[in-house]
Ligand binder design. Structure first.
Ligand SMILES: [Fe+2]
Ligand SMILES: [Fe+2]
Length: 341
C-alpha cells in the first residue's frame, strides 16, 4: 500500500502492518544465556581513552619498532574497522526479523565493543606514527615502507567484501551468517589473552585484556545462537554453513594466522615483510604470537567449532592448512564471505 494512503477516516483500527517490518514492538525474553551475556557486557564496558596512555612513550622505541607495531594495529584494524558497520547491519537484521529482546541487545553490545576495538587501533596507530592514517603516512624506514605496501594491499582486499556481505545479510538466517564467527572469536580471544600476558607496555596489556574479554563474550553470543537455532536447522542450510566455515577460515586467517594466497590477492613479498615486521615488534616487547603458536591457536579454535557442528550433524570443511580433514570445498565465492572479527 502507498505510504501516504489514509485509513483513519474509514476504519476503527489500522490495517495490519506489512512484515517484515523493521521494528518489533515486543520484548520477548527466551534465551536466558543471552540475558547473562548482556549483563556481563554492561559490567565489562571500557573506554580506550581512559587507558593509562600517560605511561606510554613512543619515543622510547626506534622508528623501525614503531612502524612495525603500528603495522600490527593496522592489520587488526582491517578487521576491527569493518566490524562496527558489519555488526550494525546485523543489528538492523535482528530488528527486521523481530529477534527476541536479549538477542537485539547482544548484537548491540558487539557493535559497541567493535567500535571500542576500532578506536583502540586508531589511538595506537596515531601515537606510534604521529599520523592518524597508516595509508597516507610517510614511512621513515625501509621496513616501514614495505609494511605500508602490505597495509595498502590488505586494505584493498578487505574493501572488496562489503558489497558481498550486504547481499548475504538479507539472504541468510542469523545462525548461518554467524556460523564461522565462532572460530574467529575463539581464536581472537586466545590471541588477545596471549598478547595481554606477553606485552610489556601497560597500555597495550590493558587493551588486550579488555579486547580478549570482549571477544570471549562474542564467542558466547555465537554459541548461544547456535544452541538455540541449530536443532531446528533446515537441511538446505547445512551445506551453506559448511562453505561458510571454509570461507571464514580463508578470510580470518589473514589476522589470526597468515593470509592464504589462493584467496587474498597479495604481492609475493607480503609474508616475508609481515614476518619481519612481527619479529621487530616482538623484539620491542610487543608480544605477537609466533607462527607455530598462531597455527596451534587457529587449529584449536577450528576443532572447537567442529565439535559444535558435529553435534548437529553439519558436515565440516577440510582445512588442510591446519591438518583438519573433512569435506573438500573448492568454490568459495566472494559473495559467500561474511567477514567479521
Ligand atoms: Fe574485535
Ligand atoms: Fe568480536
Amino acid at each position: 500500500m502507498a505510504h501516504n494512503e489514509r485509513f483513519a477516516g474509514s476504519m476503527d483500527l489500522p490495517p495490519e502492518t506489512e512484515q517484515p517490518n523493521v521494528y518489533p514492538l515486543s520484548w520477548h525474553r527466551e534465551t536466558a544465556k543471552m540475558e547473562e551475556i548482556w549483563t556481563s557486557a554492561q559490567r565489562d564496558q571500557w573506554d580506550p581513552l581512559k587507558l593509562p596512555w600517560d605511561t606510554f612513550d613512543p619515543s622510547s622505541y626506534t622508528w623501525e619498532q614503531r612502524e612495525s607495531i603500528a603495522y600490527w594495529w593496522t592489520l587488526l584494524s582491517v578487521f576491527d574497522a569493518s566490524a562496527p558497520p558489519v555488526f550494525a547491519e546485523a543489528l538492523i537484521k535482528t530488528y527486521e526479523v523481530h529477534e527476541e529482546d536479549p538477542v537485539r541487545r547482544c548484537f548491540f553490545s558487539v557493535t559497541r565493543d567493535e567500535q571500542m576495538h576500532e578506536q583502540m587501533c586508531g589511538l595506537s596507530i596515531t601515537k606510534l606514527l604521529e599520523h592518524p592514517d597508516p595509508l597516507t603516512y610517510e614511512p621513515k624506514t625501509d621496513i616501514g615502507r614495505r609494511l605500508q605496501k602490505n597495509a595498502k594491499w590488505l586494505y584493498f582486499n578487505g574493501g572488496r567484501y562489503w558489497s558481498g556481505y550486504k547481499t548475504a545479510v538479507p539472504r541468510y538466517s542469523l545462525a548461518v551468517l554467524f556460523s564461522s564467527f565462532l572460530m574467529g572469536e575463539i581464536a581472537a580471544a586466545t590471541i588477545f589473552h596471549q598478547m595481554a600476558a606477553g606485552c610489556k607496555e601497560p597500555v597495550f596489556q590493558a587493551a588486550f585484556r579488555n579486547i580478549g574479554r570482549d571477544e570471549g563474550r562474542h564467542m558466547a553470543i555465537c554459541m548461544s545462537l547456535m544452541e538455540r537455532d541449530y536443532p531446528k536447522l533446515d537441511v538446505s542450510e547445512r551445506s551453506i554453513i559448511t562453505k561458510q566455515i571454509r570461507a571464514g577460515y580463508l578470510f580470518l586467517s589473514a589476522v589470526l594466522f597468515e593470509p592464504p594466497m589462493e584467496f587474498w590477492d597479495l604481492p609475493a613479498d607480503f609474508i616475508d615483510n609481515q614476518r619481519e615486521g612481527e619479529r621487530l615488534a616482538r623484539e620491542a616487547g610487543f608480544h605477537i604470537p609466533d607462527y607455530d603458536t598462531k597455527k596451534q591457536n587457529w587449529r584449536n579454535a577450528i576443532l572447537n567449532l567442529k565439535g559444535v557442528l558435529d553435534r548437529y550433524s553439519i558436515p565440516f570443511p577440510a582445512i588442510p592448512e591446519v591438518d583438519i580433514s573433512g569435506e573438500e570445498i573448492s568454490d568459495v565465492d566472494l559473495d559467500d564471505i561474511i567477514p567479521v572479527f
